[in-house]
Design a protein around this ligand. Structure first.
Ligand code: 5GP
Length: 176
């Protein structure tokens, strides 16, 4: 995988630190609830929070959009819901990657229906060219091309999440 590195560990670290500084400024005195989408977002969240200079809370959600396939079905299932109420809270959704936007759009609808004080989205990676639905993304780490990426939380069939960098999958998966 090392020959296909798109974003190095050093580049990720630098950018995550910048995003954390921005978020710390924007949420000064707000103690936001960071909602992480499992499993892909967990490495990003873990690095991000350690660079924040404000107090935050964290909660986790798991959804499935692809199953074993690599193409979006447009169908999203909640596998694990939040433990806490978000009513009146400043919620920041932390995502690994926004592709078509279908998953995010569905998640935002669910969260907004629960009356948070505010809802913003932070994604490490943005495949903006693939967007099919309009979704607001407030913080973006990197804009990436339309190739299948793995590493730093992103998997292909549950593998490669542990890689410290982001790489293009060697053999592009067939659309299923
Ligand atoms: P969307 O609903 O925006 O099309 O899909 C978002 C989800 O698709 C992400 O949370 C992620 O699970 C998956 N995804 C989209 N592009 C990639 C990619 O390049 N690599 C991996 N590993 N997952 C991706």
């Amino acid at each position: 995988m090392e020959g296909n590195v798109l974003i190095t560990a050093e580049e990720i670290e630098r950018r995550v630190k910048e995003l954390a500084e921005e978020i710390s400024r924007d949420y000064q005195d707000k103690e936001p609830l960071l909602v992480c989408v499992l499993k892909g977002g967990v490495i990003f969240l873990a690095d991000l929070v350690r660079h924040l200079t404000i107090p935050v809370n964290m909660d986790f959600m798991a959804v499935s959009s692809y199953g074993q396939s690599t193409v979006t079905s447009g169908q999203v299932r909640i596998l694990k819901d939040l433990d806490t109420s978000i009513e009146g809270r400043h919620v920041l959704l932390v995502e690994d990657i926004v592709d078509t936007g279908l998953t995010l759009s569905y998640l935002c609808d669910i969260l907004l229906a629960r009356d948070p004080a505010s809802l913003k989205v932070c994604t490490l990676l943005d495949k903006a060219a693939r967007r099919r639905v309009k979704v607001p993304v407030d913080y973006v780490g990197f804009e990436v091309p339309n190739v299948f990426l793995v590493g730093y939380g992103l998997d292909y069939r549950e593998r490669y999440r542990e890689l410290p960098y982001i790489a293009r999958l060697e053999a592009e998966p067939e659309e299923e």
